[in-house]
Write a protein that binds this ligand. Structure first.
Ligand SMILES: C[S@@+](CC[C@H](N)C(=O)[O-])C[C@H]1O[C@@H](n2cnc3c(N)ncnc32)[C@H](O)[C@@H]1O
Length: 431
C-alpha cells in the first residue's frame, strides 16, 4: 500500500468502527491510531478526515445519493469509501486526482469493495464536477443533525437557536486550558499563544499534539473546555474545605478543586478512568483521595462542605469535540441516563452538610438531563433550596445565566470568541 493510501485505509477502519460497531472515536484514535506507526502529520490527517465525515455525514450522504440511481442498495463498505472520497473532494480541498485515485486504490485492496472500483471512480469524478454546486444548495445545519436532536433543541431553545447550535457543530472547537497555578495564567497564555478568557480559561486555536505544547511536561496546565471549568468555580470558598467530587474521572474538575486548596475526595465507579485521573493529578503535582465506588452506594463517614456531581450524560454539549456523538447516542440513551442522574442527585444531597453547597452539572444540551433534573430535585421535597448563580460568577457573560439562576451554555454562545461547550449547571444549598 502506498504512503498516501495508508492513512486513508486507517480512516476507513475508524469510520467503520464508529458507524457500524458503535465504537467511540476517541477510543479508536487511542488504540488504532496509537498503534499505527503513522507520523504526526498523517495522524492529524486521519483524525481530520474521519472527524470531517462524521461532522458532515448528512451532507455527504445526500450528495453521494444524488449521483446514484439506487443509493439505498449501496454496500456499507462502498458507502464509507464514497464518504471518505467526497469529504476530501468537497470539504477538505484535497486535489481531485489524489482524492479519487487513493479511494479507488483503497477499494481495490479489499475483495469486498474491489468489484465496485469503477462505480466509485465514476461517482467521485462526477462529484468533482458537480458536487460543489450541490453542496452549496444544501441546508448543512439541518442535514448533519439527527432529527431527534434537532426537534429537542427547537423545543428547548427555539428554531433560531437550534440552528445556531447545529451551525456551531460544523466547526472544530478551540483548545482550552486550565492552569495549575492561577497566578501563572499570563505566563502560560504567552507561551501557548493563547488568550485569557474572562472566566479564567486559556484559549488557542485547535491543532497540534498536546504533549508537545510548552508546559505539558511541567504540569503547568491541563486541557479543559471553558464551560467544563465553570462548575468547580461555583462551589464557594474551597481552601481547606472538604469537597466530594462525584463522577470525577478523568479529573479535570478534581484538578481545579485540588488546585484551589480543597481537600478533595474524588469518586468514580470506573477503575480505568480513575487510574487516568490519578496519572493526570500526578503530572500536575496535585493530590486528592480517590475512591473507586458507585456513588449511589457510597456512604462516607462525614458529610462534605461542598459536593460536585458531574453526572454521566449523553454529552450532546460536546459534539464539536466529539463528532461521533450524533451517531452513537439516541433518545433512548437520554431516558436511561435520566434515571441514573435522578438516583445520583438524590444520593448526592445526602452527602452535603447542612448549609453546604451542591453543584449539579452535565455536558448535555438535553434539558431532560439538566434543567429538568434540578427542577425534579427541588420538587421532590429534598432538603435543599436554590442558590442562584450570578453573571459575575461566570465571567460577566450574561447569555450563560438563566432567569432561574442556573447556567446553560450552548456551543453558539461566546460566538466571537470561538464558542463554548454545552453545559447545564445548577446550584443548591442543603437546608
Ligand atoms: C461526565 S464524566 C466526569 C468528568 C469529570 N468530572 C471531569 O471533569 O473530568 C462522568 C463520570 O461519572 C462516572 N460515573 C457514572 N456513574 C457513576 C456512579 N454510579 N458512581 C460513580 N461514578 C459514576 C463515569 O465513570 C464518568 O467518569
Amino acid at each position: 500500500m502506498t504512503l498516501e493510501v495508508r492513512p486513508r485505509a486507517l480512516a476507513l477502519t475508524l469510520l467503520a468502527g464508529v458507524l457500524r460497531r458503535q465504537q467511540s472515536f476517541d477510543e479508536l484514535l487511542e488504540t488504532e491510531l496509537g498503534q499505527s506507526g503513522l507520523d504526526g502529520r498523517d495522524r492529524g490527517f486521519v483524525r481530520l478526515l474521519v472527524a470531517t465525515v462524521l461532522r458532515r455525514l448528512g451532507q455527504l450522504d445526500a450528495v453521494v445519493a444524488a449521483m446514484l440511481d439506487r443509493p439505498g442498495s449501496l454496500r456499507p463498505e462502498v458507502q464509507d469509501l464514497l464518504r471518505l472520497g467526497a469529504a476530501q473532494l468537497l470539504i477538505l480541498g484535497t486535489p481531485g486526482h489524489a482524492a479519487v485515485d487513493t479511494t479507488v486504490t483503497l477499494a481495490a485492496s479489499s475483495t469486498v469493495t474491489a468489484p465496485y472500483k469503477a462505480l466509485i471512480n465514476a461517482v467521485l469524478r462526477r462529484l468533482g464536477r458537480e458536487g460543489a454546486a450541490l453542496l452549496a444548495g444544501q441546508d448543512a445545519a439541518r442535514l448533519n443533525t439527527p432529527h431527534w436532536l434537532w426537534q429537542s433543541w427547537e423545543a428547548a431553545y427555539g428554531p433560531e437557536c437550534a440552528r445556531a447550535i447545529a451551525v456551531a457543530h460544523l466547526g472544530e472547537a478551540p483548545l482550552d486550558f486550565s492552569v495549575t497555578r492561577a497566578a501563572e495564567a499570563p505566563l502560560w497564555a504567552g507561551r501557548l499563544e493563547a488568550q485569557i478568557l474572562p472566566t479564567g480559561s486559556l484559549r488557542r486555536a485547535a491543532g497540534g499534539a498536546i504533549p508537545d505544547l510548552p508546559g505539558f511536561q511541567d504540569g503547568a496546565w491541563w486541557v479543559q473546555d471553558a464551560a467544563a471549568a465553570l462548575p468547580a468555580t461555583l462551589l464557594g470558598p474551597l481552601d481547606g474545605r472538604l469537597v466530594y467530587d462525584l463522577g470525577a474521572a478523568p479529573g479535570g474538575k478534581t484538578a481545579q478543586l485540588a488546585a484551589a486548596g480543597a481537600r478533595v475526595v474524588a469518586v468514580d465507579r470506573a477503575g480505568s478512568r480513575l487510574a487516568r485521573l490519578e496519572a493526570n493529578l500526578a503530572r500536575l503535582g496535585l493530590t486528592a483521595e480517590t475512591v473507586n465506588a458507585d456513588v449511589t452506594r457510597w456512604t462516607p463517614d462525614q458529610p462534605a462542605d461542598a459536593v460536585l456531581l458531574d453526572a454521566p450524560c449523553s454529552a450532546t454539549g460536546t459534539i464539536r469535540r466529539h463528532p461521533d456523538i450524533p451517531v452513537l447516542k439516541s433518545a433512548d440513551d437520554v431516558v436511561r441516563l435520566v434515571a441514573i442522574q435522578t438516583r445520583l442527585l438524590a444520593h448526592a444531597v445526602t452527602l452535603v452538610r447542612p448549609g453546604g453547597v451542591l453543584v449539579y452539572t452535565v455536558c448535555s444540551l438535553q434539558p431532560e438531563e439538566g434543567e429538568h433534573r434540578l427542577a425534579a430535585l427541588l420538587e421532590s421535597g429534598a432538603p435543599v433550596e436554590p442558590l442562584p448563580i450570578t453573571v459575575d460568577e461566570v465571567g460577566g457573560f450574561g447569555e450563560l445565566v438563566t432567569p432561574a439562576g442556573t447556567v446553560r451554555t450552548l456551543p453558539c454562545h461566546l460566538a466571537g470568541l470561538g464558542g463554548i461547550d454545552g453545559f447545564f449547571i445548577g446550584r443548591v444549598r442543603r437546608r
